[in-house]
Design a protein around this ligand. Sequence first.
Ligand SMILES: Cc1ncc(COP(=O)(O)O)c(C=O)c1O
Length: 368
Amino acid sequence: MTSPTSSSWPDWLPIREELADLKPYGAPQLSGVTALNTNENPFPVPSAVVVQMLEALPNVLENLNRYPDRDANALREELASYINKSTQCNFTTANIWAANGSNEILQTLMLACGGRGALGFTPSYSVHPLIAKATGTKWYAEERGQEFAINVVEAVAQITRDKPGLTFITTPNNPTGTATSFADLEKFAAAARDINGLLIVDEAYAEFSTERSATGLIANYPNVVVVRTMSKAFAFAGARVGYAIADARIIDAMLVTRLPYHLSSSTQALALVALANADALLAEVAALIAERVRVASELTKLGFEVSPSSANFLLFSGFNCGSQSAWETLVSAGVLVRDVGLAGFLRVTIGLPAQNDQFLTAIASLRP
Ligand SMILES: Cc1ncc(COP(=O)(O)O)c(C=O)c1O
């Protein structure tokens, strides 16, 4: 598929003017290579869990003539109990919303509450500004500082000055891996509260981090929304399940902009089985963290600079050519990593040990 530009759309197509220069988001999906480019969990769903999923399906299939539970009540109840168990909180179904991946959660939030614009700290997850554009939400960007940390004083000043309805913090941050401390998140929550704004904490990679979750702020700061996904640590990306944890009044606002019956019966049923087997699905998180530490150390030994990461990927720099050329060399060696558009950097997802070794062998030819 060719990428559109404003001049290549046909005259008769009434595409929105502000979208005419945008390209569809997406990392290359190449076959025959080791894919270390989309921060998935490389471990397949354990076969015992697959068997339970198959057992759940006949009931779903026989009832496909009916719409799914529009409010995904059973799933939200189980998500609440997972999050309560893992973060020592006390949420109920009323505090949870679930959707087709956390991207849909982000879109629902921007549609509902993006009227005064949204602020983010770059480099960060590039889909945030993309959804802003698609939903007509003004986007404010502030650059991260030294080692990709957010400068708290400047960030609070910007929140106070621009008064965005939504302030986005991704922690651990994609693509840098940087974690933001609970103490700093509280400062952002207070600044956002003081301007009647929401603080959206995108915790897609939280299970790989030792930092305290922002869910612990919600009781005192009802303007905090935590966004989570089952796509990463849970090894469930193909099922498309993301969720929000927030004050019930924010969830009510999101219901206004969600599409009716958005989450299919099969997605809900499979996610329920996944949550009942959370320990099995999350079992490899420790192994991935150990591999992250090993790969970071090997990259450093080779002479590369590696950003400290609390996620399942590493951002590194120092190769002896440009990012695009380094990316191509790795593809030729059968390894697909991510060029995140940061000059001089590439991002690699932590895979299985053999895949990581394949990456390390290939990248050695590009050492500084
Ligand atoms: C920071 C962050 N948020 C959200 C997402 C979206 O995940 P999903 O829509 O699969 O839940 C991603 C995916 O890479 C991400 O990196």
